[in-house]
Write a protein that binds this ligand. Structure first.
Ligand code: PEP
Ligand code: MN
Length: 363
């Protein structure tokens, strides 16, 4: 377990102004088409001398250099005249590393055999919580057979009531690992607390940050220090910009493997648990280079709405889905009303595959 002294937070600049605070902190240097390696190196070195963090992105046609640091007009002018530089573009948006301007190519993240963000569709399925060994292993086999490509299940559950089932904790992680062993499916599970990062990272293939923790900046910074993908759920009342800034926290702390997950936001509507904002899918794709998946289970709270919204999400261009599946939803310890039974999940996968193949042929 990680133990902190208060000085740790000062030591890594936690309370000092950082690149993620927005303002005049970023610019992109577009190099000329035929800029030489020497010219690119020279510009990068000059940027570092000026105190900028440098991110090189070599495209087919052009090289662009993303620079994070204090951007003054004088600094911009001094770089504009360097040999090989075509132009300097200030980044006005508060997010930098996540931005599509910064990196044109979509990020794809390898997780076991699967790749998130390479045009394939990942289907993450399983019960809301790991409730017990036998039941979970059975669920794992059922979702795999139906076509899931990854397995989900919470070992630590963020419940509204402290009296509700809180998850099996370490025992839950061990069951998840056994299910991975048996099915070969990578596992996705929630991390709720900085003190658990080391433990959860030992077991999980993808660490999920739940909606309630989207702006737990201490947790985000800790997740920036690990080398495992992070699935970042949108907060129930987070704007798109706040959500991307949360991703920026993880990325600016060193971990570039961030997967965004739209799971509905709180609105005045009461028929659904949340309002699934599918416009987030194309928006995240336009604004950032990160993969985006959709969770129609939490997004609607009603199992009968899961299939149509999942299909709509695929049509909107998401990189994957996260769907809650339970053998016996009426007895589930959490989120039964939004869980599909395995047969309905199987039907959903068949329909999803049909939609994806139509889209693939069309574009
Ligand atoms: C979950 O995936 O079970 C969960 C708690 O999701 P969210 O954080 O989106 O509510
Ligand atoms: Mn749930």
């Amino acid at each position: 377990m990680v133990k902190y002294a208060i000085g740790d937070f000062f030591a890594d600049g936690f309370f000092s102004p950082s690149a993620t605070e927005g303002g005049n902190v970023g610019m992109i240097i577009v190099m000329e088409k035929n800029a030489s390696e020497d010219q690119i190196r020279h510009v990068s070195e000059r940027l570092q001398e000026e105190g900028f963090q440098v991110h090189l992105s070599k495209g087919v046609k052009k090289t662009i250099i993303g620079a994070i640091g204090e951007r003054t007009p004088a600094v911009m002018e001094s770089f504009e005249v360097l040999p090989g530089v075509e132009k300097i573009v200030p980044i006005i948006q508060p997010f930098k590393l996540a931005s599509r301007e910064f990196q044109e190519k979509s990020t794809s993240i390898k997780v076991g055999e699967a790749v998130v963000g390479n045009g394939s569709l990942q289907i993450i399925a399983g019960p809301c919580a790991v409730e017990g060994r036998e039941k979970f292993l059975e669920a794992a086999h059922l979702v795999k057979e139906a076509g899931a490509t990854m397995l989900r299940g919470g070992a630590f559950k963020p419940r509204t009531s402290p009296y509700s089932f809180q998850g099996l904790a370490k025992q839950g992680l061990e069951i998840l690992a056994e299910a991975r062993e048996l099915t070969g499916l990578p596992i996705v599970t929630e991390i709720m607390d900085t003190r658990m990062v080391e433990l959860v990272a030992e077991y999980a293939d993808i660490l999920q940050v739940g909606a309630r923790n989207m702006q737990n900046f201490f947790l985000l910074k800790e997740l920036g220090k690990i080398d495992k993908p992070v699935l970042l759920k949108r907060g129930p009342s987070a704007t798109i910009e706040e959500w991307i800034m949360a991703a920026e926290y993880i990325m600016s702390s060193g971990n570039k493997k961030v997967i965004m997950c739209e799971r509905g936001i709180r609105t005045f509507e009461k028929y659904t648990r949340n309002t699934l904002d599918l416009s987030a899918v194309p928006l995240i794709k336009q604004l950032t280079h990160l993969p985006v998946i959709v969770d129609p289970s939490h997004g609607t709270g009603k199992w009968k709405l899961v299939e149509p919204m999942a299909l709509a999400a695929v049509a909107a261009g998401c990189d994957g889905l996260m769907v809650e599946v339970h053998q016996n939803p009426s007895e589930a310890l959490s989120d039964g009303p939004q869980s599909l039974i395995p047969d309905n999940f199987k039907r959903l996968v068949l329909k999803i595959n049909k939609i994806s193949s139509v889209l693939k042929n069309d574009y």
